[in-house]
Design a protein around this ligand. Structure first.
Ligand SMILES: Cc1ncc(COP(=O)(O)O)c(C=O)c1O
Length: 363
């Protein structure tokens, strides 16, 4: 291995404190984390250590100029063998490196990313929950580590992966507020990157939406406030007649891995999918004529969340009841079964963990 990983195991596991029957998203962090540093032009010091605080200067550039990016991915257990399975890790690696490039940060070598995930999952495998709709959420992230106040791209970076057992994100169908004043992303900007600042910028509008009783914002394009983009932490799909329509990817939309997976699975099941611009007017007219059958958000955390209602310019548009829906609930189950290897891995999306580290020698 070019990048060997050292391991220091925790003296005191906190797994006993976790209520696995009532997992709240992001509340519990597993026992160990992976850390690597980019210094003097190379990635070094790959290590798995007990999860906990890490000392750092308040001058690190990530805190001031927002050079910080992340990924969100999940692992499940094989339904029979119980072996941890990563879902499409290479695609997350590609995305974090696209984010890194746009934010003038250092790419993560594939060996570090894949071996870190494998080793961490191997060690914290007991943290992978197995109840319906639950998974181990993995949070790789990288941030600028230079301590200096000048605005420039950092010369040093820290890459960390922590993991967290999670249950279903939205227990019930969601209500969306269509943004007609705020914008999430602009052409030429960083909307396609999973950059921390993209999320910070949406918190105030999201809070306002929440105060009005909505779960998320449905973002429109920033030029005309006309075309659907995505919603909060999910991509968006509409079922019009028998066709699933989802916005085509541009530099203002995060290329969701769940979006891509569902498109593959739906087409595989003979469901028609169109990736094209879709205007809010088209959605409203389809709702009025009864052609809008379903709408759902797709994302790693939320998997597939049915939309029950959208609000646009103070009008509420109610969608058909979730109980009668044919595509969303069906394809969600197909995807969830796929992740647990309940059906053949037709697309080669599942990556079993490799036993890279002898934990015995490191105890
Ligand atoms: C802004 C945004 N859009 C879409 C998604 C869905 O992407 P994925 O399916 O890769 O989780 C996410 C979540 O990562 C997100 O944060």
């Amino acid at each position: 291995m070019k990048y060997p990983i050292s391991v220091e195991l925790t003296q005191k596991s906190s797994i006993g404190e976790v209520d696995f029957n009532n997992l709240v998203f992001g509340r519990n962090i597993s026992d160990h984390m992976f850390v690597a540093d980019f210094t003097d032009g190379e990635w070094t010091d790959c290590r798995i250590v007990p999860y906990g605080p890490m000392p750092m200067s308040p001058a690190i550039m990530a805190l001031h100029y927002g050079q910080a990016i992340f990924e969100g991915m999940k692992a499940n257990k094989h339904h029979e063998t119980g072996e941890p399975l990563l879902f499409r890790p290479e695609m997350h690696l590609d995305r974090i490196n696209r984010s890194a490039l746009r934010m003038a940060m250092q790419p993560i070598p594939a060996e570090i990313f894949m071996n870190a995930l494998s080793s961490l999952l191997d060690i914290d495998r007991d943290w992978i929950p197995q109840s319906e709709g639950s998974a181990l959420y993995l949070r790789p992230h990288m941030f600028a580590f230079d301590s200096t106040l000048g605005v420039k791209s950092s010369d040093t970076y820290r890459f960390v992966i922590m993991t967290s057992p999670v249950g279903p994100y939205y227990p019930k169908p969601i209500r969306l507020l269509v943004a007609d004043k705020y914008v999430r992303a602009f052409p030429g900007g960083v909307g396609f990157a999973k950059a921390a600042g993209n999320y910070g910028a949406t918190l105030a509008p999201a809070q306002q939406a929440k105060n009005k009783g909505f779960d998320q914002i449905l973002w429109l394009d920033g030029l005309e406030f006309k075309y659907l983009q995505e919603c909060g932490t999910m991509n968006i799909m509409c079922v019009i007649d028998d066709t699933v329509v989802t916005p085509n990817l541009t530099d203002t939309i995060l290329a969701g891995i769940t979006r891509d997976s569902l498109i593959h699975l739906m087409r595989d099941q003979g469901i028609k999918v169109e990736e094209r611009p879709i205007s809010i007017q088209e959605v409203i007219e389809a709702n009025k004529s009864g052609e809008l059958k379903e709408m759902f958000g797709t994302g790693t955390a939320a998997v597939l969340s049915n939309v029950s209602e959208i609000s646009y310019k103070d009008e509420i548009y109610t969608l058909p009841p979730v109980e009668g829906r044919k595509i969303g609930p069906f394809i969600k189950k197909v995807l969830e079964d796929y992740k647990k290897s309940l059906q053949p891995d037709k697309f080669n999306w599942l990556v079993p963990v490799k036993n890279l580290i002898s934990t015995e020698t490191n105890k």
